[in-house]
Design a protein around this ligand. Structure first.
Ligand code: SF4
Length: 183
């Protein structure tokens, strides 16, 4: 599923390692974040920095088995200084994510943060509720036979206690309600 190289956008010039993703070949959930951070850029694996540790801790606490989760990002290369992905970068990288989604054939997608949610809505063609990202977080949105659940990005939740609780609440809700989805 992973390719060996990509030079489709300028981020290939500054990255250390491409961060394709990690997890099982038949995941129950596909978590999609924004982009690799510094730690991920060095390690070549997603969610290994502080955000990843928080996510790991919450998954353990909620008894969500890590081996049913595949982790990846909208962008596969580190944007220097953790810059927000540009539209051109997302456009260039989308074919990689699209291929991953096809190969993993996972119908339950967790959009980790606003960039992932907006990107999925734009490219998959589903409509988010009015008030967009905030309203759509914490609920399953259906698009054909695929369901997308938005959560706060753990990097944002690291900033304050209240957002950490919100993230935990959203993950708990995602886990409890996933079993009720069709398909
Ligand atoms: S961010 Fe995506 S499109 Fe850009 S170089 Fe990396 S893999 Fe290729």
């Amino acid at each position: 599923m992973e390719e060996t190289d990509c030079t489709a956008c300028e981020l290939h010039k500054t990255r250390q390692k491409i961060v394709w993703g990690s997890g099982p070949n038949n995941p129950k959930f596909l978590f999609i974040g924004q982009a690799p951070g510094k730690s991920e850029n060095m390690a070549g694996r997603p969610f290994v920095g502080r955000s990843g540790h928080l996510l790991d801790r919450l998954l353990r606490k909620l008894e969500i088995p890590k081996d049913c989760v595949y982790l990846t990002n909208v962008l596969k290369c580190y944007p220097p200084d953790d810059a927000a992905p540009t539209r051109d970068q997302i456009e260039a990288c989308w074919p990689h994510l699209e291929r991953q989604m096809r190969a993993l054939n996972c119908r339950r997608i967790v959009a980790v943060g606003g960039t992932a949610m907006v990107t999925l809505a734009r490219y998959l063609g589903f409509v988010m509720p009015k008030n967009g990202i905030i309203r759509s977080a914490g609920q399953w949105l259906q698009h054909n036979d695929t369901y997308v659940f938005g959560i706060i990005h753990p990097a944002f939740a690291l900033r304050n206690e209240e957002e950490r609780w919100n993230l935990e609440y959203q993950l708990k809700k995602m886990w409890r309600t996933a079993a009720l989805l069709e398909g």
